[in-house]
Design a binder for this molecule. Structure first.
Ligand SMILES: [Zn+2]
Length: 178
């Protein structure tokens, strides 16, 4: 288990307990190199989950890979590791909860961005720049403009230049980041 901060491979378990849902064992680990703490979840996976790439290749869904990508996108932003862990956890539960064993890489990326945007818009743009592999600045501007035209937590584009109803945080469809 690589340290999400320094990528060192050795860590010790400092705490271990069942997760709230009882589907996983939550382990608090401390990196033996940098001393930072992080959480891992170990679970019994009856059904593997695959990410189907654009070229049709299938790759097993990796919480760690996703988390590492999020840590990079959230660097120096005001997002805690716990918030990113919660995002990954909620996302995986959503994917598993809907049944099926596959998710398209594009859909997965959009699901991540939808959640990340609620936490931090800069991290969202960074993640999008890697995930959508912007070709140039205008490509990036299009994503930013699209983001600014939609309130976070929605998928439907709103008609432009119309005042939006205020949305309380409690009304957001996602229950993360709390
Ligand atoms: Zn470390």
């Amino acid at each position: 288990m690589k340290c999400p901060y320094c990528a060192h491979v050795d860590s010790k378990v400092v705490d271990s307990r069942d997760s709230e849902t009882g589907e996983a064992i939550r382990r608090r680990r401390e990196c033996l190199n940098c001393g930072k703490r992080f959480t891992t979840y170990e679970r019994i996976e009856a059904v593997p989950l695959y990410v189907v790439k654009k070229d049709g290749r299938r790759e097993e869904f990796s919480r760690q890979k996703l988390y590492t990508g999020l840590v990079t996108a959230a660097k120096k932003r005001d997002i805690s590791p716990a918030q990113l862990e919660a995002l990954v956890e909620e996302l995986e539960n959503t994917l598993r909860g809907r049944g099926g064993t596959e998710v398209g890489s594009r859909e997965l990326g959009e699901m991540v961005m939808e959640r990340l945007r609620i936490l931090d818009e800069i991290a969202y743009i960074r993640f999008a720049s890697v995930y959508r592999s912007f070709k140039d600045a205008s490509d990036m501007r299009a994503t930013i403009e699209q983001m600014l035209s939609q309130p976070p937590g929605t998928r439907r584009p709103e008609p432009p230049r119309r005042p939006r109803p205020r949305t309380d945080e409690s009304e957001l469809p996602l229950d993360i980041g709390k």
